[in-house]
Design a protein around this ligand. Structure first.
Ligand code: B3K
Ligand code: ZN
Length: 876
């Protein structure tokens, strides 16, 4: 594949007016007839040919205005169709017939079959695997879709928009027609046909229209779709209340399938979901599963306005829909649950996934300027950092200003294929602000490092903050300009109150936001009667690394008393991280790890503070992860030493006050019928966090085995199983529990995925052999993406010591897997390969092994563009 540049963007020469598609579905020989009406764009070159995209296509017919097309006028290749000598201005019709094989489509892009169900995935460039088409997001058209299929095996025939009608169609067949009145790009096209069960409901919109809601699942799983339906209705209501956005068709459908490359897809009126993000009941789903379902149902629904009604001009603008829609789903979940706890989870995720991406060879701006394979840009930078950038706009212009900007965006750009510049301009125009410096967040990759020091002058009553920003070099961007970094802050006084300065100089401060804009800035706060403790970057208002050596006592004060709950967690984290880093260094040097009583006592005090919600206390108890420590260390990392050091700190905390953990464990059992609400989930999280510490101080599996035996929901059951497997991998209790779990859920694929993941993350040298053995299990299925991710993906992403074995065997195993998966499902292979994105930060022995494994992959024959793009960038 060649490199595509943003700078090369230009409009198409031909305007697509409408699209009529007819599918005659067959497992191996599906016939697709596409009738496309075009006209030459005003001002376009009269000699310009019409060039349509294709991917592995076989054309069996081509008509021009209903007549056979002269072979001299066109050129059909598997990846393009070029037609010459077309009219200067009047509309013309092209009818293309292609034959495709859904059964053989293991890439899961375009039209494929999963468990006997036909389904499509077109974003980003899958539509061109169905028919020749101007397959780019700035070509919007109105679609009519006719589907003809076997009536017995496909009673259900679905596509976008509203149902027009259906009837019998010859022997054993039937057809259905759908019409979508909203112009859309091809990536939002969808078709589903098969035999599925349905859950039905209705939603009355704010203007009083009744919308039919349908969720399709495999027969027998209908009851497990109830929570998804509830989440959908809450999402629809929330988007009306908070963003003023109403749904715009008579029907909204969701189809759950078990073979899917990602989470879900926002096709207009017909979302297709990985069933992992639809199906839930207390027996088989964890609280985390429920929270994910709620978030992803909301995310895809919210795309109807941010993505579908306003779409992207080109794929460089992906964050226009993704960053914004992630921000919207984050806000939704924050409103449905506890805002602070939700924010903690978001920041944890951002730091553990996006920060490493931004610090490694795959770093790229939120709005990239070039790509080789667009599928590789559905990244945590585009999604999560894109969301953080949107959040910063809201912080800068304020809640009302953000709403005004969004209203203007919908007013100006409804029906458009827009750009990031269009989006930012709406906030500038609606609020009379200049966001040009701020826009660097879209263009400069890398996590800014803000170094801070402070001083207090008692005589003058002045408090001074010195700030310096540095944006590290990233691939293709050696030097950076200073950015506009909005930092929320508070000045805490000893009595727990907050200081209000009489004057501030050296920076714009609006309300509780300090705007850092220069490379170096000194900010002075006057009228401060006693030395304050600064709580900086409250609620993680800017996605930065902060270097600020605050005294442990100051951090402990923030952790115990800040009015911002998020900051209390952040302070705990800042208290813990240097300890863990030091512990890792000591372990590396073979020295004994020193323990820290302040940390342990603060953690235990917060965990036991009944004035705080249990979900927060559970988050407080979770020490920074091994990958957090690796990131903080930055380079020359030894995952074994990191783990050894962390384990020592963890053991110290666990043994500091086992009775306190026992009390948390005993008093936070949820009783009665299971409900997935945030408060009950928080209690379970706290109890299970306590169990993990108790397993360490107990030193025996008895308590976890007992918790496993008495669990009455999947959250508690899987938490107990994880403690058993990770703490006591060789205990007979663990073997028994794993087998009980497997046998009980043998026919539930989503639970068996958990069984694989729990075992693939057992730390230590034996992990690889365990993973290899699990691959021979009858439950393993290398054709199912969820299963491959659960075993191979989880091992590579989430088992630092097991995967990064010093002898390099983990990397060699991954290389073999990538080369085996790639020919069948390149997107899956490329995604799992990104688990090695931080390989350069490893110590020399491991990084040499990692490089060799990457070279083995790079030398593979017939690599997909997905894998070769990733591997080449990683080796560069
Ligand atoms: N827009 C889809 C992702 C498509 C990925 C294509 N490789 C799901 C989402 O972000 O909502
Ligand atoms: Zn999305």
């Amino acid at each position: 594949g060649q490199i595509i540049h943003l700078a090369d963007y230009r409009q198409t020469d031909f305007v697509l007016e409408r699209v009529d598609l007819t599918f005659e579905l067959d497992p191996t020989e599906t016939k697709v007839e596409a009738r496309l009406i075009f006209h030459r764009r005003e001002g376009a070159d009269l000699a310009a040919p019409l060039v349509l995209d294709g991917d592995e296509l076989v054309m069996t017919g081509l008509l021009f205005d209903q007549m056979e097309m002269d072979a001299a006028r066109y050129d059909a290749k598997p990846d393009s169709l070029t037609i010459r000598d077309l009219p200067a201005s009047e509309p013309f019709e092209i009818t293309i017939t292609t034959m495709i094989n859904p059964e053989a489509n293991t890439q899961l892009m375009g039209l494929y079959r999963t468990n006997g169900v036909y389904c499509t995935q077109c974003e980003a460039e899958g539509f061109r695997r169905i028919t020749y088409f101007p397959d780019r997001p700035d070509v919007l058209a109105v679609y009519t879709v006719n589907i003809i299929a076997d009536k017995a095996s496909c009673p259900l025939l679905l596509s976008n928009g509203n149902f027009l009608g259906g009837a019998g169609y010859g022997e054993g067949k039937h057809f259905a027609a759908w019409f979508d009145p909203h112009p859309k790009p091809s990536y939002l096209f969808a078709l589903v046909a098969g035999d599925l069960g349905v859950v039905e409901d209705t939603f009355t919109t704010m203007s009083g229209r009744e919308v039919t809601l349908k969720i399709y699942v495999e027969h027998g799983k209908e009851l497990r779709a109830a929570y998804a339906m509830d989440a959908l209705k809450r999402s629809m209501k929330w988007d009306e209340e908070v963003f003023g956005r109403e749904y715009d068709l008579d029907i909204f459908m969701i189809v759950a399938v078990s073979d899917f490359n990602m989470g879900a897809m926002e096709n207009k009126g017909l979302n297709v979901f990985n069933d992992k993000y639809v199906l839930a009941d207390p027996e088989t789903a964890t609280d985390q599963d429920y929270a994910n379902i709620e978030a992803i149902i909301a995310h895809e629904y919210f795309h109807n306005w941010t993505g579908n009604r306003v779409t992207c001009r080109d794929w460089f603008q992906l964050c226009l829909k993704e960053g914004l829609t992630v921000y919207r789903d984050h806000e939704f979940s924050a409103d449905q649950r506890s805002r602070a706890v939700k924010r903690i989870a978001e920041v944890r995720h951002l730091k553990s996934e996006q920060f490493p991406e931004d610090a490694g060879p795959l770093a790229h701006p939120v709005r990239p300027t070039k790509y080789r394979e667009i599928n590789n840009f559905y990244t945590t930078t585009v999604y999560e950092k894109g969301s953080e950038v949107t959040r910063m706009i809201a912080t800068i212009v304020g809640t009302d200003g953000f709403k005004k900007g969004m209203d203007l965006y919908f007013e100006r750009h409804d029906g458009d294929a827009a750009t990031i510049e269009d989006f930012v301009k709406c906030f500038e125009d609606a609020n009379g602000v200049d966001l040009s410096q701020f826009s660097l967040w879209y263009h400069q990759a890398g996590t800014p490092l803000v170094s801070v020091s402070c001083s207090y002058d008692q005589a003058k009553g002045e408090f001074t903050l010195s700030l310096e920003q540095m944006i590290p070099p990233t691939p293709g961007q050696a030097t950076k300009e200073p950015m506009h970094i909005p930092l929320r802050f508070g000045l805490l006084l000893v009595d727990g109150s907050e200081a209000t300065p009489s004057a501030v100089s050296g920076a714009d401060v609006t309300g509780d936001v300090l705007h850092l804009k220069e490379r170096r800035q000194t900010v002075t706060f006057s009228g401060i009667a006693s030395r304050p403790v600064v709580s900086l970057n409250r609620s993680f208002s800017a996605p930065i690394n902060l270097h600020f050596e605050q005294a442990p006592a100051d951090l402990a004060q923030i952790a115990r008393h800040d009015s911002d709950l998020f900051s209390r967690w952040q302070a705990l984290n800042d208290l813990a991280l240097p300890n863990l880093v030091e512990a890792a260094r000591k372990a590396r040097a073979g020295e004994p790890v020193e323990t820290n009583a302040v940390l342990a006592d603060t953690l235990i005090a917060i965990a036991g503070d009944e004035a705080l919600e249990p979900a927060f206390r559970a988050q407080a108890l979770a020490l920074p992860s091994e990958s957090d420590i690796a990131r903080e260390l930055g380079s020359n990392n030894d995952p074994d030493a990191i783990r050894t050091g962390r384990e020592a700190v963890l053991a110290f905390v666990a043994n500091r006050d086992p009775a306190a953990f026992a009390k948390l464990f005993d008093t936070n059992r949820t009783e009665g019928a299971f409900t997935p609400d945030a408060a009950s989930a928080g209690q379970r999280a706290l109890r299970n966090a306590a169990l993990a510490y108790l397993a360490v101080s107990d030193g025996t599996p008895a308590r976890a085995a007992q918790a496993f035996a008495s669990a009455d929901n999947m959250t508690d059951l899987s938490a107990a199983l994880t403690v058993l497997a990770h703490r006591f991998p060789d205990a007979p209790e663990t073997a028994a529990a794993l087998e009980t779990f497997r046998a009980r859920f043998a026919d539930n694929a989503l639970v068996i995925d958990k069984w694989f993941s729990i075992q693939s993350t057992i730390p230590g040298d034996g992990a690889l052999e365990r993973v290899k053995a699990l691959m021979t299990s009858p439950h393993f299925n290398k054709a199912n993406p969820n299963r491959v991710r659960a075993l191979v993906g989880t091992f590579a992403f989430s088992n630092p010591t097991g995967f990064n074995r010093a002898d390099g065997a983990g990397y060699r195993f991954l290389a073999e897997q990538i080369l085996e998966i790639d020919p069948k499902n390149p997107q899956l292979a490329a995604r799992i390969l990104t688990s090695m994105r931080s390989w350069r930060a490893l110590e020399e022995v491991r990084s040499d092994h990692a490089r060799n494994a990457l070279r083995t992959i790079a030398a593979g024959e017939k690599l997909s563009s997905d894998v070769s793009d990733i591997v080449e960038r990683m080796l560069k």
